[in-house]
Design a binder for this molecule. Structure first.
Ligand code: ATP
Length: 268
């Protein structure tokens, strides 16, 4: 068991440290892999650079993602270890609002991990979890990893798939299969972010609750209004804006160097 660490609210890492602890706990129980921990580190580094908050381009992408899910006939949420460890409750809420199916899809697939992740989702009150064991009997063409295995009742027939923390190969293949792919990825340069139809460049722990809020606002809109949101969204532009935020923030910080209130220590 990971020891509970009490972090003062004013600590600059008050939000990120408990997330790390949560992932370590789920790594020890086998839900998260060592590669998942490394992926989180990549994401966290980009989150520092983005300022650890939801940006305007991320909000715009979230609105397009919500409209895509609301207009889809067969929306599916693909869940991996990190996603289940960090946001199972919100994933279940999201699936209820959008009537999206939940499917477990793992790069490092083993029946123990599949079952452990299914259990996490069921503890969060998921009523149906697809993609477990033999149920993942269909295959995505041209994907070499275990992520090619999909459920004929889920991703195979989906027209829109939400893929938080995905790998690039599968995103590209899903888009090639004609599906709309919504990615949540803090790295606007990852292949996933680049290939997706809608990329939300934000931390999953903020992105899913924001998506739920936006869905609650948009769910009363009619089909035409929702389709207008999706057709006017330009993912290339949104990615460019996210990269520009990184660029401008780093330029500002570069001018100042030290930006934390660090005390000047006098030479003895
Ligand atoms: P790609 O194959 O898409 O080029 P990759 O090789 O980095 O990227 P993965 O390891 O599957 O593929 O990527 C996981 C992605 O998830 C990384 O881009 C990482 O920045 C991002 N990520 C990690 N943790 C979070 C998080 N909490 N919220 C959002 N994104 C995250």
């Amino acid at each position: 068991m990971t020891e509970e660490i009490k972090i003062p609210e004013e600590h600059p890492r008050a939000e990120s440290l408990p997330i790390r602890e949560k992932l370590i706990k789920h790594f020890k129980s086998g839900d998260v892999t060592s590669a998942g921990l490394i992926a989180h580190g990549r994401g966290e580094a980009l989150d520092y650079i983005l300022g650890e908050k939801t940006t305007q381009p991320a909000l715009k992408a979230t609105k397009a993602a919500a409209a895509t899910l609301l207009t889809a006939k067969h929306p599916v949420i693909s869940v991996n270890g990190n996603t289940a460890a960090l946001t199972s409750k919100d994933i279940v809420k999201l699936s209820k609002i959008t009537r999206a199916k939940i499917e477990v899809n793992l790069f490092h697939r083993s029946s123990e991990r599949e079952i452990a992740i299914k259990k996490l989702l069921e503890e969060a009150e998921a009523t149906e979890v697809l993609g477990i064991g033999e149920a993942a009997s269909a295959r995505i063409p041209e994907v070499g990893s275990e992520r090619r295995r999909i459920d004929p009742k889920g991703i195979l027939i989906a027209d829109a798939v939400l893929v938080p923390l995905e790998d690039g190969d599968r995103t590209e293949a899903l888009v090639r299969m004609g599906k709309k792919v919504i990615a949540i990825d803090l790295n606007p340069l990852s292949r996933t972010a680049q290939f997706a139809t809608v990329t939300i460049v934000d931390n999953i722990v903020r992105a899913i609750p924001t998506l739920i809020k936006v869905l609650n606002k948009l769910k009363t809109k009619n089909k035409k209004e929702l389709e207008n949101i999706t057709s006017t969204f330009d993912n290339k532009k949104a990615l460019g804006e996210a990269i520009d935020i990184i660029h401008r923030r780093l330029s500002k910080l570069a001018e100042r160097g030290v930006y934390l209130p660090i005390l000047e220590v006098e030479e003895p």
